[in-house]
Design a protein around this ligand. Structure first.
Ligand SMILES: Nc1ncnc2c1ncn2[C@@H]1O[C@H](COP(=O)(O)OP(=O)(O)O)[C@@H](O)[C@H]1O
Ligand SMILES: [Mg+2]
Length: 231
């Protein structure tokens, strides 16, 4: 199932009389880490939710390869900025997702926990674990069932450097295993470290889309210049 290229055709989206996304067109052909950047309120989270099908748009606006969102939904997962976990152990949280995805393989959850280095917190109730651990558990939940695309909404914005580093290397690893990553980030040095392609939103419009290398070497308008210098 080839779900790339992703094509967005004239995507506009309003909610409660607020025009949040305006005439967005882009195409994303490669399984790289694509960063969605932009100031607060520029529409990043809304765009991720639309790509993941949590906010509905007409069928022909978003195409994943030859498929509509509804046909690739099972191949996608999303990690929210504030992790949503059940009031149960870390193991049970993972088990819950595995059951929902009909995964019966023995030791599957152990394998996932080893991958994310969270075996040590397996039996702790998720409400007691730290922010960084919660984020890792959310990522662990998101990779259950081998998705082809993962959306991450500012996955490290509240984390200290040690967790940031660990989560960045997890993301890099996923990407190296051919999982397409879309993530929003506010952190310019993080964009430099793990981003490969960047889409920059301003007030609901795409004002820049290119590889990250070019983003950091080209001349920009004041808005992007300020973002790079002061974000
Ligand atoms: N349901 C909604 N109704 C009206 N306005 C909304 C709604 N959801 C988001 N917005 C507004 O849309 C803009 C973009 O939001 P969001 O996608 O969360 O931006 P970002 O993630 O870039 O900070 C913000 O100004 C926000 O207040
Ligand atoms: Mg957001």
């Amino acid at each position: 199932m080839n779900i790339l290229p992703l094509k967005i055709n004239n995507l506009s989206y309003s909610a409660n009389d607020n025009e949040i996304l305006k005439n967005i067109n882009f195409s994303c052909a490669e399984p790289k880490v694509t960063i969605i950047a932009g100031n607060n309120g520029s529409g990043k989270s809304t765009l991720l939710k639309i790509l993941h099908g949590l906010i509905k748009t007409p069928n022909n606006v978003i195409q994943w390869g030859n498929y509509f969102i509804s046909e690739v939904k099972e191949k996608q997962s999303m990690v929210f900025q504030t992790p949503i976990l059940l009031n149960r152990t870390v193991y049970d949280n993972l088990h819950y997702v595995a059951i929902k995805k009909n995964i019966t393989e023995k030791n599957y959850i152990e394998k996932i926990m080893r991958k994310l280095n969270i075996k040590n917190i397996s039996n702790i109730n998720a409400k007691y674990i730290s922010g960084g651990e919660k984020q890792k558990v959310s990522i662990a939940m998101s990779i259950i069932g081998n998705p082809k695309i993962i959306f991450l909404d500012e996955p490290t914005s509240q984390l200290d450097p040690v967790y940031k580093n660990e989560i960045e290397s997890i993301i890099r690893n996923l990407s190296n295993n051919n999982i397409k990553i879309f993530m929003t980030s506010h952190d310019v040095s993080q964009i430099k470290r793990i981003g490969e392609e960047i889409i920059f939103l301003d007030n609901g419009r795409v004002i820049y889309q290119k590889c990250v290398k070019d983003f950091f070497s080209e001349e920009h308008c004041d808005l992007i210049k300020n973002y790079i210098n002061y974000a």
